[in-house]
Design a protein around this ligand. Structure first.
Ligand SMILES: [Zn+2]
Length: 115
């Protein structure tokens, strides 16, 4: 049996990643996957897939994607070790479900003042 692979054209992914990257850069602050999904017109899941790819493939010197980990709003537990970029549903410490989403940003180049 032949398993059909649904392939996303590489070009399209590239375009999406560029949109996410430049959107995030132009924003100049951290944003959640939800915000980015609205900005680039993709689903939150797609945005997270692209962000995971960007994080894997980005070269430290050029563009490093910074992930601010999710935080439990109840006890303040930080999901530091979490590899997945999605928002955790439940806190392992207090079992609370009020979790702040992880935020994404690009390390900003120090601005050269031109005054
Ligand atoms: Zn908690």
């Amino acid at each position: 049996m032949v398993i059909k692979r649904i392939r996303e054209p590489a070009e399209r992914s590239e375009t999406c990643r560029t949109a996410i990257t430049s959107g995030l850069r132009s924003l100049g602050r951290s944003a959640s996957a939800k915000e980015l999904s609205v900005m680039v017109g993709l689903s939150e899941k797609e945005v997270l897939d692209h962000l995971a790819h960007i994080r894997r493939s980005s070269r430290p010197k050029e563009q490093s994607l910074t992930v601010t980990p999710a935080v439990c709003k109840v006890c303040g537990f930080v999901f530091k070790k979490r590899e997945r970029l999605t928002r955790p549903t439940r806190c392992p410490m207090c079992k609370g479900e009020r979790i702040a989403e992880p935020l994404f940003s690009f390390k900003m180049e120090p601005k050269v003042s031109d005054s």
